[in-house]
Design a protein around this ligand. Structure first.
Ligand code: FAD
Length: 405
């Protein structure tokens, strides 16, 4: 078996960040992955903490972490790791030519596809709104594009800003009788279609204009955003989008390339099916590779398999939830599985693996179960990211901490 120091299981946001950090810390690191995790579902925004327990938007996310319930993973991760992980991420994205803006102590507000505001902490340059003072917003609709209604977005924005908000509809390609998806439009823009957009918008172009596009500015890197920003006098900004999210896919693409260049050994189509343990140590994990089984040993294993959504946790008939690789204990409250109030905290979202402060898995008594395993991202128990808007924040900071040596 090849000598590896760290093996990361799962290539979603937390797995990729853990692998990059580990390799950059000089550890021989392998990332075992299949599928693309939740990248195509989320807009690639890094929410640290959007809302408090009373559903009010928090002013300072880092400060607001102090008021979270004791079981929340941020208390185990610690404020220092939340702050350092954000710095690490911002620097990494800058280096990769895919810059993000923001901080963990204040919110930025991005425009959603329906013309409302979403608070977030770290925001890609293409979604970062400039100061609205003295600006006009022109929402850019694309003929035939489904899942986006420029007029509705403009009407909703008008209620929220002092600026003048208009909408315009441009035609990128003849589409009689069929719908264009956000992704096919993003691909078209990437393959030169952005020039058609520039031609169509030229008559409206001026320095005081913000062109607000649906999330269609390409699916790889930010070339389309940069090309449009260069060609137009007005500012170019994207909204969040309905899944599949072009920006989530761009973020994955950028992180995969960053992992390659950091020297991470990326193993594709690697379905981890179990582990061999001895006492409190995992010796190796078992990977299904076609009809064969391969074993990966390491000093540390980082479990980033994404909870129920991505198959890291599994449950039948509301009985005992299972963690599929190490068969770890799963913290679960059957009496509080769902709440009738759709927007209340949901018990199934809190279900996950309890850990100590080093993110090692613990049992119901708080005793460490495996010394050389770390739990990250959606596998962690004790937080409902949908309600509080903390998903990628917990994923990033737990990954950073798990890959600290
Ligand atoms: C609709 C939606 C919108 C969201 N929007 C936002 C947002 O705007 N801002 C925000 O901060 N967060 C958002 N989130 C939350 C965010 O997506 C998650 O916090 C994040 O994806 C967690 O990353 P992860 O790596 O833990 O899990 P995942 O992204 O689920 O990745 C887990 C990976 O592990 C792999 N895996 C599973 N089992 C195995 C196995 N046995 N062997 C090998 N690999 C395995 C899976 O294939 C997958 O690739 C959103 C989530 C959803 C669902």
């Amino acid at each position: 078996m090849k000598e590896r120091e760290v093996v990361v299981i799962g290539g979603g946001f937390s797995g990729l960040m853990a692998a990059i950090r580990s390799a950059r810390a000089g550890k021989r690191t392998a990332l075992l992955q299949y599928g693309s995790g939740a990248f195509p579902l989320n807009s690639g925004l890094i929410d640290i903490l959007g809302y408090d327990r009373e559903k009010n938007e928090v002013k300072n996310p880092l400060e607001a972490i102090k008021n979270l319930p004791k079981k929340h993973p941020y208390h185990r991760i610690g404020e220092a790791a939340v702050r350092s992980s954000a710095d690490f991420f911002l620097k990494l994205m800058e280096e990769q030519g895919f810059p993000y803006e923001g901080s963990v102590t204040a919110h930025r507000h991005v425009a959603t596809a329906i013309g409302t505001w979403k608070p977030s902490s770290l925001v890609p340059a293409s979604m970062d709104l400039p100061d609205l003072k003295g600006k006009r917003i022109i929402v850019v609709d694309v003929k035939g594009l489904k899942d986006f209604d420029g007029k509705m977005a403009a009407a909703n924005l008008t209620e929220r800003v002092d600026s003048v908000v208009e909408s315009t509809r441009i035609e990128l390609e003849p589409v009689e009788g069929r719908d264009i998806t956000l992704l096919s439009c993003a691909r078209f823009m990437e393959n030169g279609g952005w020039q058609k957009a520039v031609e169509a918008l030229r008559p409206l172009d001026a320095e005081d204009v913000i062109f607000l596009f649906p999330q269609v500015l390409g699916i790889q890197g930010n070339n389309v955003y940069r090309a449009l920003s260069k060609a137009l006098k007005g500012s170019v900004v994207e909204t969040t989008g309905m899944p599949p999210s072009a920006n989530g896919m761009r973020l994955r693409d950028v992180l995969l390339r960053a992992a390659w260049s950091a020297g991470v050994e990326i193993v594709e189509n690697a379905h981890v099916i179990g582990a061999e343990t001895e006492g409190k140590t995992c010796k190796y994990i078992r990977v299904q590779a076609g009809v064969h089984e391969q074993h990966y040993s390491a000093e540390r294993f980082i479990l980033a398999t994404g909870g129920f959504y991505s198959g890291g946790l599994y449950m039948e008939d509301l009985q005992k939830p299972r963690e599929v690789v190490f068969d770890l204990p799963v913290s679960f409250d059957k009496s509080h599985w769902t709440d009738k109030d759709f927007f209340a905290e949901q018990g199934f979202m809190l279900t996950g693996i309890a850990t100590d402060e080093s993110l090692r898995p613990v049992d119901a008594m708080g005793t460490v179960v495996l010394d050389n395993v770390r739990i990250v991202g959606r596998n962690l128990d004790g937080y409902d990211f949908c309600r509080e808007h903390s998903g990628n924040g917990v994923a990033l900071s737990s990954a950073y901490k798990a890959a600290t040596f």
